[in-house]
Design a protein around this ligand. Structure first.
Ligand code: T46
Length: 121
């Protein structure tokens, strides 16, 4: 099941700094980011990849379904990280203008890792 991690964050009179270190349940093999979003994205689950999502600017919504429970997570803080298990079907939508969604993945890119058939209701 998807989990939210509150990231260590250091604020002072210069601003804020959040860090991901020793908190993820995987070694990071790939980093990508999604921006200028015009339409819903995602719409799949994975065979192996565990992924950690941080909306580093702005906000977006992630709809998640693990085959048993549905959940919507609003990512609107750069101090929060959403970890998706491979079985978590996910779509990403309602991106605010200028938002950036950072994704850290446990796997190198492999188009065969994607499962695009939705779970039955
Ligand atoms: C996911 C969600 C959160 C690559 O060539 N390398 C990559 O590492 C990635 C992620 C994508 N691509 C290519 C494949 C497609 O031609 O970029 C294009 C767009 O990818 P996709 O349609 O899969 O994008 P999203 O936003 O629907 O999904 C992405 C990730 O692919 C996916 O693993 O979990 O973000």
């Amino acid at each position: 099941m998807a989990t939210i991690i509150n990231l260590p964050t250091f604020r002072d009179d210069r601003g804020a700094l959040s860090v991901i270190e020793k908190v993820l349940p995987f070694e990071i093999k790939r980093i990508y980011w999604i921006y200028d979003v015009q339409k819903q994205r995602g719409g799949h689950r994975h065979k192996k990849a565990i992924q950690a999502l941080v909306c580093v600017s702005g906000q977006c919504e992630i709809d998640i379904y693990d085959g048993e429970k549905k959940r919507t997570v609003v990512l609107d803080k750069p101090t929060q990280c959403l970890v998706l298990d491979p079985r978590d079907w996910h779509t990403m939508d309602h991106f605010s203008k200028g938002s950036v969604l950072l994704v850290l993945s446990s796997e190198y890119y492999d188009r065969n890792d994607y499962i695009k058939e939705a779970y039955g209701e």
